[in-house]
Design a protein around this ligand. Structure first.
Ligand code: CP3
Length: 349
């Protein structure tokens, strides 16, 4: 662990350190805004075929590192490989997002496996090992999983939804069945992350993209509790493992998340006010974020201003520069280059 800490700025920050130039990586840094990704995607039968092709997944993971020299690579995969490994049918149609066989009632739940089929996920673990062999010195490798609530929203709706209504309704109407699904996902995600560590990731991020739609009690029950069980389970199996939490939209509930979930650092979405981030969050845990992906798409003075405001507020403490959510497919490459240069101090004014 000590060696890794010495030569990887991102891991130094996760350990509570403060870097003069904050490490930077971007959520969805491997993806459709990159022509080299689109070229591989066009040749693939489907998105999941890319995720389960060890060589291609490793190659796509490395594409943004080669182009921009980020401080971390995030494994190219998807949060929905977990439902797939639980036996749910998952497909991605271009431009339409994911399609799953919706879980409409508690009997549909019984068709799921109770445990993840790790054989199906083997190519993912092999991709981690392949990336490790090719990663430049100083660059950390991140694994990830979706948080149980967020993954459940897709499993129940059978697709992405604007308001996660099907899962919210299901949780109220079939509370026991929903709790059972969350339990299955806690176990599945814990095992999945433990195996990612065994394959060689330096740290992992738990994406709770839809945490923000839950009212207080439900937030505790479906976001905080499951995530804290995953963190405890992973830590038990992998002592000292580094974990970043990303409860998107949690707003002031970020404080209760930090009270209960023992993550090493917390990802902030772009709506988190910078004074609150500095005074109430960064005083407790290293923070990561939180540039508005639309500012990156827009570029120009709006981008520069947004970057500077974040650096002014957060770079005095333990801080990892990132977006507040994923890179949008329409984002110009030149804007990402400008961002990296500005964060690293190569551009002034
Ligand atoms: O960040 C990275 O570069 C690593 C790879 C990664 C992907 N998805 C690749 C991807 C990661 C970490 C994810 C996480 C993910 N997947 C989340 C949580 C974070 C977030 O963005 O909210 C969620 C909710 C998903 C589920 C998912 N995957 C959706 C809803 C979609 C369709 C919408 C979209 O953006 O296309 C995907 C597809 C997906 N995942 C793509 C990529 C590169 C695009 C697929 C394609 O090329 O057709």
């Amino acid at each position: 662990m000590t060696d890794r800490l010495v030569d990887k700025p991102l891991l130094r920050v996760l350990a509570g350190g403060c870097e003069a130039i904050p490490p930077i990586w971007l959520m969805r840094q491997a993806g459709r805004y990159l022509p080299e990704y689109r070229a591989l995607r066009a040749k693939a039968a489907g998105f999941l075929d890319l995720c389960f092709d060890t060589k291609q997944a490793a190659e796509i993971t490395l594409q943004p590192i080669r182009r921009f020299g980020f401080d971390a690579a995030i494994l190219f995969s998807d949060i929905l490989v977990v439902p797939h490994a639980l036996g749910q049918r998952v497909t991605f149609r271009e431009g339409e997002g994911p399609q799953l066989d919706a879980i409409v009632d508690s009997s549909a739940l019984k068709r799921l496996r109770e445990e993840v089929d790790h054989v199906r996920l083997e190519p993912v673990y092999e991709a981690i090992a392949a990336v490790k062999r090719q990663l430049p010195v100083g660059v950390a490798l991140l694994g990830f999983c979706g948080a149980p609530w967020t993954v459940a929203t897709y499993m129940i709706a059978g697709a992405g939804t604007m308001d996660q209504l099907p899962a919210r309704l299901f949780a109220y109407q079939h509370c026991e069945a929903f709790a059972k699904l969350i339990d299955i996902l806690v176990e599945a995600s814990t095992g999945y992350l433990i195996r990612q560590f065994a394959a060689g990731v330096d740290a992992v991020q738990i994406f709770d993209t839809w945490a923000g739609v839950l009212p207080g009690d439900e937030f505790r029950r479906w976001c905080i509790e499951p995530c804290s069980r995953i963190v405890a389970g992973v830590r038990k199996a992998v002592p000292g493992s580094r974990i970043i939490g990303f409860p998107r939209g949690a707003a002031t509930e970020l404080e209760s998340y930090l009270d209960a979930v023992a993550v090493d650092a917390i990802g902030l979405d772009w709506t988190v006010e910078l004074g609150f981030a500095r005074d109430r969050v960064q005083t407790r845990r290293p923070v990561q974020g939180n540039l508005d992906p639309l500012a990156l798409l827009a570029g120009g003075a709006a981008l520069d201003r947004s970057i500077d405001a974040i650096l002014d507020a957060l770079s005095g403490g333990p801080f990892i520069f990132n977006l507040g959510h994923g890179v949008l497919p329409e984002t110009p490459i030149a804007h990402v280059e400008r961002l990296v240069a500005r964060v690293r101090g190569a551009t002034d004014g």
